[in-house]
Design a protein around this ligand. Structure first.
Ligand code: ZN
Ligand code: ZN
Length: 295
């Protein structure tokens, strides 16, 4: 049994194509988790377009996949109308969410396909789209245990944890996690000390093989963006260290950050992990990157 994790879109807020971003990529959020040939797709930012092309070319037909949305901010849904497999009859997609959100998710997803915005109506898609919910927030979906966590973000966002046979992947984007906000104003205060993050989030991430987490801001930027609902990357390192995770993918890169700036940010994060005497492996999520995680 192996988990494959593929990054199709890693950028936050808005697509940023161009020479400054070509290495990490400019497409917005989309991550594919494949377990025993079942696909769990996290978010439908502009990166899902390329995933759709790949599935049409190589996946067994009809195409089946589970869709998990962190929330309905535009950078997480804007690729959906360009996800070609949803237009093909007999392809089947299930939209999952917490009990209160799943059906609302399907409705909001269709909202961006109203005729003023897009030429094809959601109801006219050829494929079958079904909404289901995660019940109490902990449910088995095609043999993989999926858990959900409510995050701090304007209008709420959800993290998901996918787990099977000792491998676990946490997808936790669009989440502000710093509890010591005084420290945000004073980034130089005891820089090596672990910062306060929500205990229930640490428990949710406990022992993860991989955490994919919003690390949009540098330490210098974060004081200006407190309350915007995104994390500074160095605090995400602390979360991963506290949770005892093996790997951390810093994700939802700021649209203002060039490849060189993301390189610098990742270096700072790796130094922070070492300063905590942690074995945590930190890398910057990069479009087109595939990771295989074995039990
Ligand atoms: Zn976002
Ligand atoms: Zn958001």
């Amino acid at each position: 049994m192996a988990f494959f994790v593929r990054f199709w879109g890693v950028r936050g807020s808005i697509p940023t194509p161009g020479p400054q971003t070509h290495r990490y990529g400019g497409n917005t959020s989309c991550v594919e988790v494949e377990v025993d040939e079942v696909r769990y797709i996290c978010d439908a930012g502009s990166g899902i377009r390329e995933l759709g092309i790949e599935l049409m070319a190589t996946a067994p037909k009809p195409v089946r996949a589970h869709l998990f949305f962190s929330h309905m901010h535009w950078d997480h849904i804007q690729g959906f109308p360009f996800f070609s497999p949803v237009y093909v009859p007999n392809n089947h997609f299930t939209i999952w969410g917490p009990k209160t959100a799943d059906r609302r998710f399907a409705r909001l997803l269709g909202g961006q396909m109203k005729s003023s915005y897009f030429p094809v109506d959601f109801r006219d898609l050829g494929g079958t789209i079904h909404a289901d919910d995660l019940g109490s927030g902990d449910r088995e979906v095609d043999g993989v245990r999926v858990r959900v966590f409510h995050q701090h973000h304007p209008g709420v966002s959800f993290a998901y944890r996918f787990e099977k046979d000792g491998v676990s992947v946490v997808y936790a984007t669009d989440s502000e996690i710093d509890l010591d906000l005084d420290d945000a104003e004073l980034p130089t205060r005891d820089p090596a000390a672990l910062r306060g993050v929500p205990e229930d989030l640490v428990a949710f991430c406990r022992g993860a093989t991989l955490i994919i987490a919003d690390g949009q801001y540098t330490d210098e930027e974060y004081p200006r963006f407190v309350g915007w609902g995104h994390a500074r990357a160095t605090t995400v390192v602390d979360l991963a260290v506290l949770a005892g995770a093996e790997r951390l993918a810093v994700f939802h890169h700021d649209p203002m950050h060039s490849d060189a700036e993301i390189d610098d940010l990742i270096r700072v994060c790796q130094q922070r992990a070492r300063a905590h005497r942690s074995e945590l492996q930190v890398f910057g999520a990069r479009e087109g990157f595939e990771l295989r995680l074995d039990a």
